[in-house]
Every structure is written in C-alpha cells, then in structure tokens.
Design a protein around this ligand. Structure first.
Ligand SMILES: Nc1ncnc2c1ncn2[C@@H]1O[C@H](COP(=O)(O)OP(=O)(O)OP(=O)(O)O)[C@@H](O)[C@H]1O
Length: 611
C-alpha cells in the first residue's frame, strides 16, 4: 500500500437517480401530474430571463406552446435557452440552478424555481427527458441537444443552428405506458389550464389533430380585467370564485397588496365551518398555480374565507405545495388579515344586511374569534346574536332595554328561570353555550353604561314578591310537610307570588349548588377516611335548592289548603317532580322514582275518590 492510498483518496458521492426520483415522487410531490407544472414553470422562468435580456421586446412577444398527441408530450418556449456549457452546468447537475444567488435561501426574486430539482419530476412519467435548446444570450452558439435518462446517464451534442433556428427550449417526453393517465392529450390540456390559466405569457395547447393551438390562458386574471361598472366587476369576481371553489360566495373581498405585487379575491363561505378548521387557499406565483392548499397566507381565525391570489414575490418550497415561511410571508399574512378586518368593519358600519347574513352563518366562529381578539370583539360583539329572555337578539338591542344584564352559567339554569325572570322584568342571557358567558361579561368594555352580573338563585328569588303574613300562616302546615318530604333532596320550600300564574312552582337549583351537595353527601358517607377528610375540608355551607310555590297558581292554592297529611306530601313531591322536569336537567335516580311514585299515588287517590 502506498502512502497516498493510506491517506485516503478524495472520492465523489454517487447518486442513485432512481432512488432520488422515487423519493421525490413519494415524499415531495403530491401526484405525478406535477411534471407539467414543473415544465411550464421552467418555461415561464426562461421567458422572464429572456425579457430581462431584451427589455424592449413587447409583452406577449414570447410564448409557450404545449403539444400532446398521445405518444409524446412537448413543452416549447421562446425563453432564454441554453448553451452547451449551460446544459452541463444546470441541466446535468442535480441541485444546481441558474435562478439562485449564492446561498440557497437567496432566490433571485424574479424566478419561480430555485432548487434545481424540478426537472427530475419528468421521470415520474417518462424514462427519458429530451431537451433541444438554443441560447438567446449567445446567439451564435449552436443548438444543443441533451438526453437525460432515469438511470442517471445522459448525452449532449451540438446541432447545427438550423435544428432550432430561434432561441428557446423544447422539452420532449415519451411517456411510459403506466403514465397514460397524466399524459393523454385531454389531460395535458386540462392540467395546462389548471396550472397556467393566470399566466401572463401567451400559452397554447395543440393535440396534434391539426388546426391552430387552443389558447390556455385567453383572458387576463378576473381582477386584472376592466369592467363597465363596479357591479359587473363584483359579479365577475364572484363568478370566478364559484368556478374555482364550487360554492357561491356570500361576498367576495378584493385583495390587493402592491408591495408584494399580490392581487386576488377572498370568497366568504356561504356555510358555517367548524371554528379553527383551516382552509387551503390557491396561491399563484407570477400567474403559475403553485399551491391549492396553502394555509399559511391567512391567520388561523380567517376560516370563513377561501382565497385565490397571484403574487410576484412569494417563495414556494421545493414541493411548491406550500410557501416558504419568511418575513415576506408574515407581512402578507398580516396585510391580508387587515383586509378581512376592514371588510368586517365596513359591513358593520355601512352594510347591516351583509353583516347580518355573515353573522347568521358564521356567528359561532366569530364568537370563538372574539374571545381572543379584542378588535373583533369591539367590532362585532354588539351584533352577535344571543339567546335572551327577550328571545334571540343582539346584545346591543338587549342592553337598550336592560341596563343590568344577567347571565346564567348553564343552559338548564336559563330554561328554569327564563319565563319567570322575564315576567319579573329581569333581562337574562343564556350563558350556557360555549363562549357566550365570557362574551356577555365583556360587554361593559364596549358599552360602559351596561353592567353584567351572573344570575344566581338569590337574585331571582329577591325579585319574586313575598305573600302576605296571613297567607303565609295559613300555608305554614303544608309548607312544613313539603319541606319534610323534600328534605332528602336538600330542598327548601317557599311560597311567593310571581308571573306567569300558570307556573305552579319553580325549582331554583344552580349547578354549583348541586355539586356542593354531592360533595357534602360523599363526605358524609366517607366520614373519617382520608377522602372524607379531603371532601370535608372542601365542604362549604351547602347551598340548598329551593322549590318556590306560586301563590297565584290555582293548583297551589288548593294544595296549601290540603289537610290530609299523606296527600299533602304526595302533592309536594309531585310539584317538585314537575318543576325538576321543567328545568330539563338530567334527573337523579331518586328524583325519577319520586316522580313515578307521586304520579301513581295521585292516580290511586283520584280513583279512590271516584269509586
Ligand atoms: N425551459 C428552460 N429554458 C432554459 N433553461 C432551463 C429550462 N428548463 C430548465 N432549465 C435550466 O435547468 C436548471 C434546472 O432546472 P430545474 O427545473 O431542475 O430546477 P429550477 O427550475 O432551477 O429549480 P426548481 O427545482 O425550484 O424548479 C434551471 O435552473 C435552468 O437553468
């Protein structure tokens, strides 16, 4: 062994191209169809470079021609082209790109590509890539032909200028038999329209059956066209949104950020979506559709829109299916969020009908947003619908008649007290739904003249009128029997007068009170044990439930006069059972059996009386 061999000779990595293509196809690209996107994108970049070279050339003088006849797919451009040296440097070196500055993070802003791997996607549908090119930079250089194969081998040869008289590049693929799905003429045409409908250079498609090529992008982007009236413009934008997303937008918001050359539309979804579910937006860069699932261009809260935008300077990742998270993207996200906020603010200020339709669909989502976003809260809280003792209404409307807004902590509490509270003139909001209680409590931040308080049973009972002393005395015996019968439920019994007179009894029993009683009961059962001590330490004075009988109700008046003890007991149990049922909270087993028993006892009593 010589000394040199001992030191170890420098060697070069060998790359298994098949393995690399396999990796790309399974992990980078979502579908083999992206080969056409990559070819079109290279053609667009080549046209950009050519225009840079010949700035005086009129827009539209250089174009892209696609051809697919079932046996070959061809993409031809009038772009900057390649010399033989370029071919060796860029085409034949994976990972090398003419579009990048020194560092990988520094893409030259005018190009879409930068990674130097896009061309490999052609191996998803063909075993060989054939490139014929002529450089516009070095016009007297001969034409050059490159054949690259999936096994990693390639050939290059110079051809006479006549082989390609004008500058530009033609890439030809002979699809593999298993790639027919992606290379049929109709499919190539559809894909070209899909990826290229907003391209700013003329693009045509020819299926080889003769006749002129069909334009792929006959019209400018809908936001770049001129319209006779603003109404015609907004109808055209809405129709485009519908074509792209398949739904009729509730409204279409125009997006325009000149700093990054971004234009587009946000379509407001006509149906509710679960809060937080993010939607993919369609992002074009320089007209080329790169991503249909980009989530990153809008903040999480903007789930009620889907956007289609075309930007000059957003950078795609290598897969092209998402965007490179940099300062530009962050600034775009903020600026677009601002546009959506402005739309909401404008609707709130000057288009109540639109705001109403928007909130009807998206109020739940907006509520979830308002809890964390002060600005949205300030703008929209007065407009959000809530369930109240005045029916479904906005907080603003409600606060006009109720300077003190009471809010329940559960739906069942609201059900229990709504009718009686509203008859007593109290304004109560159902705070039982997610976010509602939190939001109502924040009302004074924007309406300082309004105060908000939790509705507790004591507040309500304080609003019910006491009965006179004489009536109280007359009912004392009955009330004592009722208290005794209901002691097992930790329930007190009182007599009051309240509207509506048709309600015999009201069971005031807050959720916290019930939890407290359960805790006390467990502590009693576990007396002495460690668990019992813990529960006992937590135990407070257990708030009792209250069955409030309504002296205005004819049935109650008859009941309090009953002198038969058994029947008095049963009637108290039945009144409790009915009030518990009305509260619509889940019944405890003891309550169900009480309802059952009191019903049968009353039935037996009625039958005995009749016989
Ligand atoms: N139609 C074309 N005209 C001129 N040059 C081209 C053309 N297609 C490819 N090239 C050259 O080949 C290089 C490699 O192309 P490839 O598509 O693999 O990567 P890229 O476009 O540079 O980057 P990305 O991987 O992000 O697409 C390009 O940088 C460019 O120099």
């Amino acid at each position: 062994m010589t000394l040199r061999e001992n030191a170890g000779a420098d060697r070069t990595f060998q790359v298994d191209l098949r393995g690399l293509v396999d990796l790309l196809s399974h992990h980078l690209y979502s579908s083999p169809r992206v080969y056409l996107r990559e070819l079109m994108q290279n053609a667009v970049d080549a046209l950009t470079a050519r225009h840079g070279l010949e700035p005086a050339a009129p827009a539209g003088s250089f174009g892209i021609r696609l051809y697919a006849d079932g046996s070959v797919v061809r993409v031809e451009d009038d772009g900057v082209g390649l010399t033989e040296a370029d071919v060796h440097t860029f085409l034949a070196t994976i990972g090398r790109s003419s579009k990048r500055a020194e560092k990988i993070a520094e893409q030259r802003g005018d190009f879409i590509g930068q990674f130097g791997i896009g061309l490999l996607s052609c191996f998803l549908v063909a075993d060989e890539i054939h490139v014929l090119s002529r450089s516009a930079r070095t016009p007297d250089a001969p034409a050059v032909e490159w054949r690259g194969r999936g096994d990693g081998s390639y050939t290059v040869r110079a051809l006479p200028a006549s082989a390609r008289p004008r500058p530009g590049t033609t890439v030809t693929l002979t699809p593999r038999a298993d790639a027919g799905e992606w290379t049929r003429p109709a499919q190539v045409h559809a894909l070209a329209r899909h990826f290229g409908s907003l391209l700013r250079h003329p693009v045509t498609f020819d299926d080889g059956t003769g006749g002129p090529g069909a334009p792929v992008n006959p019209e400018a982007a809908p936001w770049a066209r001129t319209y006779p009236t603003p109404g015609a413009r907004s109808r055209a934008l809405a129709a485009y949104g519908e074509e792209v997303f398949g739904f009729t937008p509730l409204d279409t918001i125009e997006l325009d950020l000149p700093a990054v050359g971004l234009k587009g539309i946000a379509c407001v979804l006509p149906e509710a979506v679960p809060a937080g579910r993010r939607h993919g937006h369609r992002v074009h860069v320089k007209g080329m559709l790169l991503s249909e699932q980009a989530e990153e261009i809008l903040p999480e809260w903007a789930f009620f829109v889907r956007c289609v935008v075309d930007a000059e300077s957003l950078r795609p990742t290598a897969s092209r299916e998402s965007l490179y998270e940099d300062d530009t993207l962050a600034a775009v996200r903020d600026a677009l969020a601002e546009k959506l906020r402005a739309w909401i603010a404008r609707a709130a200020a000057s288009d109540p009908d639109l705001l109403h339709r928007f909130l009807q669909v998206h109020h739940l989502a907006v509520k979830s947003l308002a809890v964390h976003d002060d600005e949205i809260l300030r703008m929209l809280l007065p407009w959000l619908p809530f369930e109240t003792t005045d029916g479904h209404t906005t907080l603003d409307e409600f606060a006009r008649t109720h300077r003190t807004v009471l809010v329940t902590s559960s739906v069942e509490e609201f059900r229990q007290v709504a009718a009686i509270a509203s008859a007593a003139g109290l304004g109560v909001v159902n705070g039982g739904y997610t976010y509602d209680r939190d939001l109502v409590h924040r009302l004074p931040e924007i309406r300082p003249e309004v105060s908000v308080a939790d509705l507790d049973p004591a507040t309500l009972t304080a609003h019910l009128d006491p009965v006179d002393r004489e009536t109280e005395l007359a009912a004392a015996a009955y009330l004592a029997q009722a208290r005794d019968a209901l002691a097992v439920f930790d329930c007190d019994v009182a007599l009051r007068t309240f509207q509506p007179a048709s309600a015999p009894a009201l069971l005031v029993d807050s959720r916290e009170a019930r939890h407290e009683r359960t805790r006390s009961r467990l502590a009693r059962e576990q007396e002495g044990g460690l668990w019992g001590d813990i529960l006992g330490a937590l135990r407070q004075e257990a708030p009792r439930a209250q069955l409030i009988l309504n002296q205005l109700n004819p049935l109650v008046r008859t009941a309090v006069a009953i002198d038969e003890p058994e029947l008095a007991r049963t009637s108290a149990e039945a009144l409790y059972g009915q009030a518990a049922l009305l509260s619509r909270r889940p019944l405890r087993p003891a309550e169900s059996s009480l309802i059952n028993r009191s019903f049968l006892d009353l039935l037996a009593h009625a039958l005995r009386k009749d016989s």
